[in-house]
Write a protein that binds this ligand. Sequence first.
Ligand SMILES: *Cc1c(COP(=O)(O)O)cnc(C)c1O
Length: 375
Amino acid sequence: MFYKTCAGRGLPGTVAACRERVTVTVDLFSDTQTRPTPGMREAMARAEVGDEQSGSDPTTNALCARVADLLGMEDAVFMPSGTMCNLAAILVQTRAGDEIIVDDQSHIYNTEAAGAAAIGGVSVRPLPTRNGLYTPEQAEAAIRAPQRTAPRSALISVEQTTSFSGGSIWELDTMRAIRDLARDRGLKAHIDGARLLNAVAATGIPARTYAEGFDSAWIDLSKGLGCPVGAVLCGTRDFVTEAWRWKYRLGGAMRQSGVLAAAGLYALDHHLDQLAEDNANARRLREGLEGAPGLAFEPEAGQSNILSFSVAGLGVPAAAFAEACRAQGVRVRAIGEQIRATTHLDVDRAGIARAVAVIRAQADAFARNPGSRRD
Ligand SMILES: *Cc1c(COP(=O)(O)O)cnc(C)c1O
């Protein structure tokens, strides 16, 4: 429940709701909103546990082995978050004064509190993109020739799928071209695979095929997989040994983490099909919204479980549009000029139909009432 504070702003169709408490019935803010299911909670309660720090938590070890195998990597380490996976991968594979290459919409660049800079002394070079996907040519142009005066280009990261760019999916060939370029030029290649398994569900390309030849890659457990906590970072045995040092230093080493790892194993057993359903729901959402007045979609939007669209055509700020939807019980996220809707296991087909109806109604209302657009 939340209390609307937008009363008096004159948002069409929402004023009455603004004065009441409104329950969010369809939460498309993020797939981080998933709650552990009863089955997952049971698996957590039953988990066999030990001490993770001494390598004797059997459930954590099983999860790491499982994800390393899934990604075709030698070894893996369980982390409290995806953010720590990215940071540890950067810290292991760079040194202070180095530069890393990412896309300008990336999680690393935008929402990790500049961890690479603050902790690693590493500068981040964001490549301009429309949809989070840069080209091998852009990457090549960004890699610096060795020079005393220049930072050393040390690592390049690909975010599969893109988070803030409508869930776009990287083509395998493009990823491989970037990986090969990195290898030729002496850089490490990293996959921020928070939603890699959504790409797998969408394309049928195995995770290990995507990850092949990359130096580091990870998946998040707390997004579409529905776990309360955790991510798993993979690489060579030597890489993981060093990543463990950073896990300690950053305060990420745990004890009876099997309770959390059990949720991850449960998700890999039971929730992979759900990712395909989430992708389908994002597609349904797009199909339902196509043609609504003032909404504009990038071609890639809705390729996986994230749908971004612009409301600029309505002349209304994205935040105001999101607020109007929320007043009708549908929660979406305003990111810059875009609205982002993310599907997940707690939103079913009926929820998608409800979201279509509410978002369309808001678009219609704003389009009909240009005078209401000023916020
Ligand atoms: C969520 C996310 C992260 C960070 O993961 P947390 O588990 O929330 O720390 C990193 N990269 C991408 C692309 C993400 O979507």
